[in-house]
Ligand binder design. Structure first.
Ligand SMILES: Cc1cc2nc3c(=O)[nH]c(=O)nc-3n(C[C@H](O)[C@H](O)[C@H](O)COP(=O)(O)OP(=O)(O)OC[C@H]3O[C@@H](n4cnc5c(N)ncnc54)[C@H](O)[C@@H]3O)c2cc1C
Length: 460
């Protein structure tokens, strides 16, 4: 548990991990409740520096800082202003997307980009420049951010906009918190008529089939994603279930739902997953059976089904702490992207994962749209695949190193918000603007006050 902000007496170090629960490290976790407290925490952070943390949904070590300070930003959670005419919200960085949905949906507005969980903060969404199922139509989160109130490592607070300070803005977008602490942001919203989705579902028989379907008509959908069975082999390799849709217009709702078309009712959350579960629940056999069931349960083809927003975007949010099902060893999420024209690399990687029999039941394939301007933003046009793997799988480290090399050779990259294990030499091959990013950090943070486990591991 974070302690309330107090520099005196010093907070005790506690263990901090990412969502994958690998690579824990100890840090003083401070919870500023005002901007002044955040400024003081950065100015007085000491030699091991400080890093901002939101809701800890990054899988690896991005929001950790061994031996230093971690600023839990969820204490800064005010929504300052909503412009319900033009669709703008000004809020603190610690406000979650869940809270924004609760407040904004009844007014007819939705967040511009939503990841697979709504339990992320606005600061975390900017730090990772998160993408959603609408990347091919809307780009990633920071394209919709008009201004950021940024506390840089020199202890100064700056209002940063893409027009006035493009370098600092686009280095901060996806900069994994390393350009400073986002205190507040102005975000553009998406108008919606209802809180339901109209969804088309179809099955694809193999990887080529799913890629062909995504290429042929993704442009017809605002949101598009495919769940992919990475344990299927032979002719079924890469079989998938595509789910694509958009916000339902009012006239798509049956009369009984029209009374409160914008009600946000994500449903009750189930009891928390037990704290200590034995590892090894997710075996190849159990995951294989699950994948078989999941594939067969999906309709071969279904058009225009109305679904709750929460079940379309955030199916796992109903199960708090589901990350514990991987047991004490935790899990790694591996997410990479390779460009259009590199489909053979994707095919090879999917085959390798299949032959390695990784027990992965939450694998997702998506087609990204245009690259984002963020210097370290992850998306580039092409194919992104994300999969969860138990961290205790024998030989995993060497296997993922090989995949990194394959991804880098194809001109692709892995997503830092998911990473806990990449090698620094590979990072430089994947992110060509890394040197410019390092130089900018030195300019705004000559003491090196802002740093993290990820930054030290990767030499960012
Ligand atoms: C179930 C699940 C599904 C997900 N699906 C997606 C997805 O579809 N697309 C996607 O892009 N990501 C996805 N993610 C990853 C998640 O969206 C990102 O890791 C996001 O950054 C987490 O936000 P957070 O508030 O939890 O931040 P944290 O995890 O606490 O921190 C993440 C990074 O943001 C920085 N940061 C946090 N707050 C601030 C701040 N105030 N100022 C500066 N930097 C800050 C941290 O330093 C760190 O580098 C998913 C994660 C989970 C667990």
């Amino acid at each position: 548990m974070p302690v309330p902000f107090a520099a005196d007496p010093p907070a005790e170090a506690i263990s901090v991990t990412g969502w994958g629960r690998t690579a824990p490290s100890s840090a003083r976790v401070l919870r500023p409740g005002t901007y002044e407290e955040a400024v003081r925490a950065v100015r007085e952070c000491g030699g091991r520096g400080a890093i901002a943390r939101g809701l800890g949904r990054a899988y690896g070590d991005a929001a950790q800082n061994a031996g230093g300070a971690v600023l839990d930003m969820t204490g800064l959670d005010r929504i300052h202003e909503i412009d319900a005419v033009n669709g703008l919200v000004v809020c603190d960085a610690g406000v979650s997307l869940h809270r924004l949905m609760q407040v904004l949906l009844p007014l007819g507005w939705f967040v511009p980009v939503s990841p697979g969980t709504r339990y992320v903060t606005v600061g975390g969404a900017i730090g990772a420049d998160i993408h959603g199922k609408n990347h091919h139509t809307s780009g990633s989160f920071c394209r919709h951010v008009r201004a950021i109130e940024l506390l840089t490592g020199d202890g100064e607070t700056r209002l940063v906009t893409p027009e006035d300070e493009p370098d600092l803005f686009w280095a901060t977008a996806g900069g994994m918190g390393l350009t400073g602490v986002v205190l507040a942001a102005t975000v553009e919203l998406l108008p919606v008529e209802t809180s339901l989705m109209t969804v088309d579902t179809e099955r694809a028989t193999d990887l080529d089939d799913v890629m062909a379907r995504l290429t042929a008509d993704d442009h017809r959908y605002r949101y598009s994603v495919a769940w992919i069975d990475l344990l299927a082999r032979g002719a079924r390799t890469g079989r998938a279930v595509l789910t694509r849709g958009d916000h339902a217009p009012l006239d798509a709702l049956p009369p009984r739902l029209r009374a409160e078309p914008l009600a946000f009712s994500p449903g009750a959350r189930l009891p928390a997953t037990p704290r200590f579960l034995p590892g090894g629940l997710l075996t190849r056999r159990s995951v294989g059976l699950f994948n078989e069931f999941w594939y067969r349960k999906a309709p071969r083809e279904q058009r225009g089904r109305l679904r709750k927003l929460s079940s379309f975007f955030h199916p796992l949010d109903g199960l708090p702490d589901w990350n514990r099902i991987y047991g004490r060893g935790g899990f790694v999420q591996y997410q990479f992207v390779v460009g259009h024209g590199e489909e053979d690399a994707l095919r090879r990687i999917v085959r390798r994962i299949g032959s390695r029999r990784c027990p992965s039941f939450l694998a997702v394939l998506k087609r990204f749209g245009d690259a984002d301007p963020g210097w370290l933003s992850f998306p580039v046009p092409g194919w992104t695949l994300a999969l969860d793997i138990p961290a205790t799988l024998p030989g995993l480290a060497a296997f993922l190193d090989e995949l990194d090399d394959e991804v880098a050779a194809a001109g692709g990259r892995v997503y830092l918000a998911k990473d806990a294990r990449l090698r620094p030499d590979v990072l430089a091959r994947m992110y060509p603007r890394l040197d410019a990013f390092r130089e900018l950090r030195t300019r705004y943070d000559p003491r090196g006050a802002i740093t993290s486990d990820l930054a030290r591991r990767l030499g960012v």
